[in-house]
Design a protein around this ligand. Structure first.
Ligand code: 13P
Length: 343
């Protein structure tokens, strides 16, 4: 686990989240007119993972159960394709967020039943780290203490089971950005959530040194009329994390949460620029890394190289951001053509 943590936090690299569940990937494909089938999901993920040079910027990829069992067209298991690029395969192990009984509008993440057995199998299949995502909705009255506590407890039990199976847990409590709330409200809810999660991790004897925390940035709600800029968001994010995340946690990785790809990179840059933090900070984006690549791919083998260039570009920009060296100029500079080769 120590080696996996160190490798995931390798300087200048971050994590690609490619663990969309069946309904989520279907929604993203549908928006582009791509039919979601076992084969289209396989082809899409093969396109992502065979991007030449991705290992320069990406240390780990979070897979979905189906993908960990799939192979490339040439018959190579997906986990092996990643390992050959020097990328560590990980796996989403939760079974999704379902309605929390008696708490309208709130969700509890499922998946603890049978988890010990599934974890043992995932390790056999080549996974070295795991992820569990809890979602916390924000409005005038939400979240409730009960929702935060229930999700924090499940996250901590997941993390303890994962460490028992020698898999590094990525503990992800996501405070959703949907809503009209202000950045101050987001900071308040994120602070309460992270305090509860870190308390539960302690209670469940999770070894903080052998896990990563995945969180959203502190941002204005997506429908808030006043949108805080990158500087304000970075200050609020760092203040919130410093107040809640123990220094023993080796790394904090950010989700993108529905921000546009350039905006997520810009904010990550503001967070990392000149900030002195007790934990390493990097990205673990899903949409903000994949969106341009999926748009370029559109389900056609003819578009593979263009899509891979788009992924490579976003990975490169986010790698620059964690060094505080990203600028809008980077979006304009042309990239060297990638050779299509087997990796
Ligand atoms: P986004 O970056 O698209 O929010 O996805 C990250 C993730 O892993 C959500 O669980």
């Amino acid at each position: 686990m120590n080696e996996t943590v160190a490798a995931l936090l390798t300087r200048d690299k971050g994590v690609l989240a490619a663990d969309e569940s069946f309904p989520t990937i279907a929604k993203r494909f549908e928006a582009l007119g791509i039919e979601a089938t076992e084969e289209s999901r396989r082809a899409y993920r093969e396109m992502l993972f065979t991007t030449v040079g991705m290992g320069e910027f990406i240390s780990g990829v979070i897979l979905f159960d189906e993908t960990l069992r799939q192979r490339t067209q040439d018959g190579v298991p997906m986990a092996e394709v990643l390992s050959k690029q020097g990328i560590i395969p990980g796996i989403k192990v939760d079974m999704g967020a379902k309605a929390l009984a008696a708490f309208a509008g709130e969700k509890i993440t499922m998946g603890l039943d049978g988890l010990r057995e599934r974890l043992a199998e995932y390790r056999e299949l080549g996974a070295r780290f795991t992820k569990w995502r809890a979602v916390i909705a924000v409005d005038e009255h939400l979240p409730t203490r009960a929702c935060i506590e229930a999700n924090a407890g499940a996250l901590a039990m997941f993390a303890a089971l994962s460490q028992e199976a020698d898999l590094v847990p990525i503990v992800e409590p996501e405070v959703l950005m949907n809503g009209k709330h202000t950045i101050a409200r987001c900071e308040e809810v994120t602070t309460l959530t992270l305090k509860a999660v870190c308390g539960a991790l302690f209670e469940q004897r999770v070894v903080l040194e052998q896990m990563l925390l995945k969180t959203g940035m502190v941002l204005s709600g997506a429908e808030c009329p006043e949108q805080a800029d990158a500087e304000i968001a970075a200050n609020a994010t760092l203040r919130c994390l410093r107040r809640t995340v123990p220094a023993a946690v080796p790394g904090v990785v950010f989700l993108s949460g529905g921000q546009s790809d350039e905006s997520a990179t810009q904010k990550l840059n503001a967070i990392c620029r000149g900030s002195d933090t007790p934990w390493k900070v990097t990205f673990s984006f899903g949409r903000a890394l994949q969106a341009p690549a999926m748009n370029a791919w559109k389900g056609s083998p003819d578009n593979v190289i263009g899509a891979q260039k788009a992924l490579h570009h976003r990975a490169r920009c986010n790698s620059a951001a964690i060094r505080g060296k990203y600028s809008a100029e980077m979006e304009k500079t042309g990239l060297p053509l990638l050779e299509r080769e087997h990796v």
